[in-house]
Design a protein around this ligand. Structure first.
Ligand code: NAP
Length: 519
């Protein structure tokens, strides 16, 4: 028997193997073991120190334009290995080729966007935050807010569903800001992130200590956080809560950003008739969000609000499309939806469906499926599942349980904007919700009703259908995150994202001196 490959960590500027029990990422379609990860015996404290003392100074010595050029080199290196990364995402992520592109190309696109932002900021190391402020009658006494890189390390803990994008979207922002990164991918889908690090270390596009990778569990990593470190976490609310409550985080006031669950909603306006262009667009986006990456997208539409007098037609149209989705081995052409990531995710999806079904009718999919192109009984497959609740039913689980799989609930409503906003608000804070309507007054009422409890609101209309990738795609120019259940975090948003990794400082003194510092 050949030994399985061991995925090493890249810590302290070198590749290093852990010890202890092996965790074995598998192909979720076939359950074939792909590699072993051993996370014990790694000097996590030393790795954080190396990032702080070697990576940090090297990054801070660069201007924003130079860091932008560095991100451009990272982008180019990954682009050169794109096909290999796509293959790994198919094998280890249960992704169809198109799902894999969503992750890998999303990573490359986001890095490129931040490379451009760096170029635009120019040859400076300090950012002015707003205009200077006269502080007295004398024009010499002056105030100015500035932003400087924090001197600690940015620890990034990522979820299993976007191993490439998750690593890239966080690292791009931190590195441009001037902070070194220690990234910890989810163990079950770690092969893509691991290969990305191999590519980047082989290409030598980053200074020593700028980007480290921890394979395996977090262990005592976060116990070693200091006052100038930050943590950006994506994953479940429970883990987010644990991280926020760690003594090291509390005692050192460590900045923590949490991206967690979300019960994203999409509402069809009462002005949209079945068969309209906007209706078709809505249908297409709901179908895509249910099935893309087997519904394992934090931004996927989970609650579908349709005027009650159109619910029958919409259900039939959506069910018709869902019937055309081939579930199977994502490596095969013609397969439209692969498995979920792990056996435990599948169990979690099944339990979630059972819970939702207590509040409504299972109108499509029972979960069990003979997946195409896999040995019988293998793989973590489910059908897409559509549940429908009665108009006016309170159905609390529909608004509180995120089923992280190809599952959505049809929620008929009266067609009133206020009711739609109230129903959406029951999700207690979300990443993104959407309004599909050509009626500006209706759109505005829903948008303003739900804006306070969301990080992003998508205005779906036939006018943007051609150009838009839909609400499920996170664009680097716009903020990603949301209040309440969604974790209370905020990432990306172009230059806005930098502020998490930088210290805002108010300078108060002589104007010429302050202006000199800013140059
Ligand atoms: P999870 O169990 O919380 O794991 C997420 C990450 O946290 C993994 O890297 C995991 O490592 C690590 N982790 C687990 N326990 C930890 C601890 N005590 N200390 C430090 N790190 C720890 O979440 P998941 O089940 O993988 O992810 C699915 C959830 O993520 C869904 O609920 C989804 O909504 C959410 N999500 C949110 C977003 C967003 O942007 N808002 C995006 C994607 C997913 P191991 O893998 O080694 O256990």
């Amino acid at each position: 028997m050949t030994e399985r490959r061991i995925l090493q960590s890249y810590l302290g500027g070198r590749w290093i193997s852990g010890t202890g029990p092996a965790h074995t990422p598998v192909n979720p379609a076939t359950e074939e073991p792909l590699a072993d990860v051993r996370g014990e015996g790694l000097d996590r404290a030393g790795a954080l120190d190396h990032a702080r003392t070697v990576g940090g100074p090297a990054l801070r010595a660069l201007t924003f334009a130079q860091r932008g050029a560095m991100l451009r080199a990272v982008t180019d290196a990954l682009q050169a290995h794109r096909n290999e990364l796509l293959d790994l995402a198919v094998a280890n992520g249960g992704n169809t080729r198109s799902d894999a592109k969503f992750d890998v190309d999303g990573a490359i696109f986001t890095l490129a966007a931040y490379a451009d932002l760096g170029k635009g900021l120019g040859e400076v190391k300090v950012l002015a935050d707003g205009e200077g402020i006269p502080l007295a009658r004398s024009p010499r006494f002056h105030g100015q807010h500035i932003m400087v890189p924090r001197t600690g390390v940015a620890v990034h803990v990522n979820a299993f569903n976007f191993p490439a994008w998750g690593l890239a979207e966080k690292a791009a922002v931190a590195l441009l800001a001037g902070m070194p990164v220690l990234s910890k991918p989810a163990t079950s889908s770690a092969l893509v992130a691991h290969r990305m690090l191999e590519i980047l270390t082989e290409a030598k596009v980053l200074p020593d200590g700028a980007l480290s990778l921890l394979m395996g569990g977090a262990g005592d990593l976060l116990a070693h956080l200091g006052p100038f470190d930050v943590v950006a976490f994506t994953g479940s609310s429970d883990t987010g809560e644990t991280i926020r409550g760690l003594p090291s985080v509390i005692e050192n006031s460590v900045r923590v950003n949490v991206e967690a669950d979300s019960l994203n909603a999409a509402v069809l306006g009462p002005d949209v008739a079945a068969g309209d262009e906007t209706y078709e667009y809505f249908l297409k986006d709901v179908l895509r969000d249910m099935t893309q990456k087997a519904g394992q997208k934090c931004t996927a539409i989970r609650r579908v609000l349709v005027p009650a007098d159109r619910a029958d037609r919409f259900r039939d149209d959506l069910v018709g499309r869902l019937q055309g989705i081939t579930v199977g081995n994502p490596a095969l052409e013609g397969v439209r939806m692969g498995p979920v990531a792990t056996a435990s995710q599948l169990a979690y999806v099944r339990a979630g469906v059972a819970l939702l079904a207590r509040h409504g009718l299972l109108v499509f999919g029972r979960g069990e499926v003979q997946a195409v192109g896999v040995p019988p009984g293998k793989g973590f497959f489910t059908t897409p599942v559509l549940i429908e609740v009665e108009s006016g039913a309170s159905a609390p689980a529909v608004h509180s349980r995120e089923v992280f799989g190809p599952v959505a609930t049809l929620v008929p409503y009266s067609g009133a904007a206020a009711e739609a906003a109230e129903l959406i608000g029951r999700g207690r804070g979300g990443l993104v919700s959407s309004v599909y309507s050509e009626d500006t007054a209706f759109t505005a009422e829903v948008v303003l009703g739900i804006a306070p409890c969301h990080g992003r609101v998508f205005l779906g209309s036939a006018k943007i259908a051609e150009a838009s990738p839909g609400p499920g795609t996170v664009l680097p120019m716009l903020v990603h995150g949301g209040p309440g259940r969604a974790g209370g975090g905020e990432e990306l948003g172009g230059l806005r994202g930098l502020s998490f990794y930088m210290q805002r400082v108010a300078l108060e003194g002589s104007r010429p001196v302050i202006e000199k510092i800013l140059k």
